[in-house]
Write a protein of this length. Structure first.
Length: 267
């Protein structure tokens, strides 16, 4: 009986491997990489277009600061100057800002495309929606970041870790695309997706990513509070794309397969 049970489990495994071999997975990853790269190029082109219409960016920055003062939000400049007493902390924030945002987002999308293929399209289209809406914001509301405003410090330039350079118009990035903050938006969306999709008891630690990211963009003078808040509102608008039926299908299927295998062994 035990031999028969083991044979059934092994045969099930063979069927699973034959239907989900390395070939289809590699093709899916390549296809998604090309799709995301294309969308990124479109987004970058849009940012460059927005970067040519920045005449009102500093006026908008003063309006944002004034509105934040009216809302009694904490003074970012005061927070930044206090944190500057701890240079290593600021350098860590600069490093996090420059090296975590895009690589971690790409790594999570890759992991989802391989291990959670049914949930992945929902996450992908939600990110596309948030990014597309953010691009509209960048075009309609060019905004100079805090580090360009009086009273703030460009911590990247101060510590030699700048990803933009000394000239506001230099480089390939549009430095006036501050509203909304995609650093905050992507971080919050990745955290939410991993909490909803994965089963680990440690999954709630993903909340640290958007919390740290929000703190980092403020400390480094790259975004205002309202930039991050606006990004969270875009996630709320795009949430129906993420919460469509089937988000947890991979997780339920994995649980079912484990239950079937356990029952087969017991028989």
């Amino acid at each position: 009986m035990g031999t028969q049970a083991l044979e059934r489990v092994d045969l099930t495994g063979e069927r699973g491997r034959s239907s989900t071999g390395a070939g289809p997975v590699v093709w899916r990853v390549v296809r998604e990489a090309v799709l995301l790269a294309t969308m990124f190029l479109v987004y970058s082109a849009g940012r460059q277009f927005a970067g040519k219409h920045t005449g009102s960016a500093f006026d908008h920055a003063r309006e944002v600061l004034s509105f934040q003062h009216w809302l009694h939000l904490p003074d970012e400049a005061a927070i930044q100057h206090w944190v500057l007493q701890f240079p290593h902390l600021v350098q860590g924030a600069n490093l996090y800002y420059a090296s975590v945002h895009a690589p971690l987002t790409g790594a999570i999308l890759l992991w989802l495309s391989i291990w959670r293929p049914k949930a992945y399209p929902r996450v992908r289209w939600t990110i596309v929606s948030v990014t597309g809406l953010a691009l509209i914001g960048h075009i309609l509301f060019p905004l100079a970041p805090p580090r360009m405003m009086p009273g703030f410090i460009d911590t990247g330039l101060k510590f030699g870790q700048s990803v933009y350079g000394p000239e506001s118009s230099g480089g390939v990035a549009n430095q006036f695309a501050a509203m909304p903050s995609l650093h905050v938006g992507w971080a919050a969306l990745i955290a939410l997706s991993m909490i909803l999709i994965t089963r680990s008891k440690w999954r709630w630690l993903w909340m640290l990513h958007p919390i740290i990211t929000f703190s980092v963009v403020v400390v480094t003078g790259n975004h205002y509070w309202l930039d991050g808040i606006a990004a969270l509102l875009l996630i709320a608008v795009s949430l129906p794309l993420l919460l469509r039926p089937g988000l947890r299908a991979d997780k339920q299927e994995t649980t079912l397969n484990k239950s079937v295998a356990r029952e087969a062994v017991l028989k």
